[in-house]
Design a binder for this molecule. Structure first.
Ligand code: GLN
Length: 187
């Protein structure tokens, strides 16, 4: 089992550290050639979706990653990664990979509350640490998208087929349970 982490920008190292705690091998996708390496799942980290989307296109990695996700490659996305997957970005004509049936509003928590930490429930798992950092909000889901977590009435994690996406960062810290959930549900 090898997990590829998109390593163009953002907190990919933190995702790798979580999988290493679980003794799972990771590799970094930094350029088109890296897509020829063998891997079983993909992580789209947090960071800046605009930059990540631009680099994916400039480095000519975009089409292949999109078609692999469409063909069922398991993918776990956090924050900016979730924005990359979303079918629609509200207030913004841009769509990146567009493989996940959600409409997302970027930086939806406003300036005051743009970053905060809480613990919450995720797919029946209790007391999961959740860091929200200039987080987007998932405002609509298409049928077939399952809601896995909510905070104050706002959807914070969803799943559709082999795509798992959340608006918070579960990878900041040492709690590995969301990564374990991903592995157990996808394989
Ligand atoms: N606000 C960022 C964006 O629009 C996402 C922030 C994050 O990934 N923590 O891409």
């Amino acid at each position: 089992m090898r997990i590829a982490v998109l390593a163009l920008q953002g907190d990919f190292a933190e995702h790798e550290a979580i999988f290493h705690r679980l003794h799972i091998e990771t590799l970094q996708l930094r350029q088109k050639q890296d897509l020829a390496l063998k891997f079983d799942a993909l992580v789209l980290p947090g960071g800046e979706s605009t930059v990540q989307g631009k680099l994916l296109r400039e480095l000519d990695m975009f089409d292949e990653i999109r078609s692999r996700i469409r063909n069922g490659l398991p993918v776990m996305a956090t924050c900016a990664g979730t924005i990359l997957l979303a079918q629609q970005l509200l207030d913004n004509p841009t769509v990146h990979l567009g493989t996940l049936g959600i409409s997302v509003r970027r930086n939806a928590y406003g300036r005051q509350l743009s970053s905060f930490y809480t613990v919450g429930k995720f797919a029946g798992i209790k007391d999961v640490p959740m860091s929200f950092i200039r987080a987007p909000q998932i405002e609509f889901c298409t049928p077939g998208v399952e809601v896995l977590s909510e905070h104050n009435g706002r959807i914070t994690a969803v799943r559709q087929g082999k795509q798992l996406a959340m608006t918070f960062h579960p990878e900041l810290g040492t709690d590995c349970r969301i990564a374990e959930y991903f592995l157990s549900e996808m394989f």
